[in-house]
Design a protein around this ligand. Structure first.
Ligand SMILES: Cc1cc2nc3c(=O)[nH]c(=O)nc-3n(C[C@H](O)[C@H](O)[C@H](O)COP(=O)(O)O)c2cc1C
Length: 355
């Protein structure tokens, strides 16, 4: 029996298998942050392909929290209406729809990767002044942020909670808090980017405070039955930065705040970090957090082979495997993997004659 193709129950929701689609920005929303036909095709094809949990791209809780002017959002009723047909299709095809709720912090208002220009987008081209823990830009080419004061921080916490409520109205069955990759919550967590002297900075407890406040507020907003995941950067890969030991502590506190699964990514707070990229390179982070904090984890990063994914779950290194680029290359990866691993693929009736 395949471990990868066994169900996983998180609170009131059962994922049909342990294959998740990792959140991936598509830079294809309108200036209003509404998902478009691109998102519909992009997300829905992976449901047809057999993915158990589909996590949307980083979806901003406030307009200034978008990474690029083309990011999706969930800051108004219009967003609820635009996401609803997408979540309905995903659920109809057996996938659990999850939204990654995000705030880009000092990495907001940047160009799409395929734009000729790099770095910050100026106001004249639809950009804005970002916010962050301090007023230093991430790198000189990015826009200089305004440091959040305590009122601004409270507004961020409230925005995550309100967006989580909207997510349920939009038909999402689970929520992932984005606390990784050098975006706002990670900027507060990491000593590399948080130099505050108030109660949201200083020691690890102070730096964890914003993320934990967001986790508690999101849990309160979605009630007891809805799974809440949190993506963290389990290490900064930099001497003096956030470490996996810190992540073990954070994971325990997140679980106490009502988080059901920690999605263990890494990096993003330092442009110069030397990341040892290779097959499954972040799996040991998920395994260690799972073992030492006693929380469910997701593994992500260069997981491409069905046997590799199967082994991660079977060996108890993670409870969920998230695939990013491999699912861009092959939306049908889960159904192909199921066939290879002796599980039952879930091809839709319309495609029966192809198999
Ligand atoms: C095009 C693209 C967009 C991404 N956007 C996001 C995002 O919105 N949120 C996030 O947490 N990670 C994002 N990531 C990181 C992926 O979720 C994933 O962690 C990373 O690609 C490593 O997994 P992979 O080797 O399976 O692709 C993105 C990656 C890619 C390739």
């Amino acid at each position: 029996m395949s471990a990868l193709f066994s169900p996983l129950t998180l609170r009131g929701v059962t994922l049909p298998n342990r294959v998740a689609m990792a959140p991936m920005c598509q830079y294809s929303a309108g200036p209003d942050g509404l998902p478009t036909d691109w998102h519909r095709v992009h997300l829905c094809s992976r449901a047809v392909g057999g993915v158990g949990l589909i996590v949307t791209e980083a979806t901003a809780v406030v307009p200034e929290g978008r990474i690029s002017p083309q990011d999706t959002g969930l800051w108004s009723g219009a967003h609820i209406d635009a996401w609803r047909p997408i979540t309905r299709f995903l659920a109809e095809h057996g996938a659990v729809p999850a939204v990654q709720l995000a705030h880009a912090g000092f990495k907001a208002s940047t160009h799409r990767p395929w734009d000729a220009e790099r770095g910050g987008v100026p106001d004249a081209e639809g950009g804005w002044t970002p916010v962050g823990p301090g007023s230093e830009p991430f790198v000189p080419e990015y826009r200089r942020p305004t440091a959040l004061d305590e009122r601004g921080i409270a507004a961020v916490v409230a925005a995550f909670a309100t967006a989580a409520g909207r997510a349920l109205d939009a038909g999402f069955a689970a929520v992932e808090i984005h606390a990784a990759h050098g975006y706002l919550l990670h900027e507060f967590l990491s000593p590399l980017t948080n130099h505050r002297a108030d109660g949201y900075g200083g020691d690890r407890a102070g730096r964890m405070r914003l993320t934990l406040e967001v986790a508690r507020a999101v849990r309160a907003a979605v009630g007891e039955d809805v799974p809440v995941l949190t993506r963290i950067s389990a290490t900064d890969w930099v001497e003096g930065g956030w470490t996996v030991e810190d992540s073990v502590v954070l994971a325990g506190e997140l679980a106490a705040a009502g988080v059901d699964l920690v999605d263990a990514s890494s990096g993003g707070a330092a442009a110069t970090a030397a990341i040892p990229v290779g097959p499954g390179y972040q799996v040991p982070l998920a395994a260690r957090i799972r073992r030492e904090a006693g929380v469910l984890t997701g593994a992500v990063g260069l997981i491409v082979e069905p046997e590799q994914a199967e082994q991660i779950v079977a060996a108890g290194e993670a409870d969920l495997v998230l695939l990013g680029r491999e699912l861009l290359r092959d939306p049908y990866w889960p159904n192909r993997a199921a066939a290879k691993l002796g599980a039952t693929p879930t091809w839709p009736n319309q495609y029966t004659r192809a198999h």
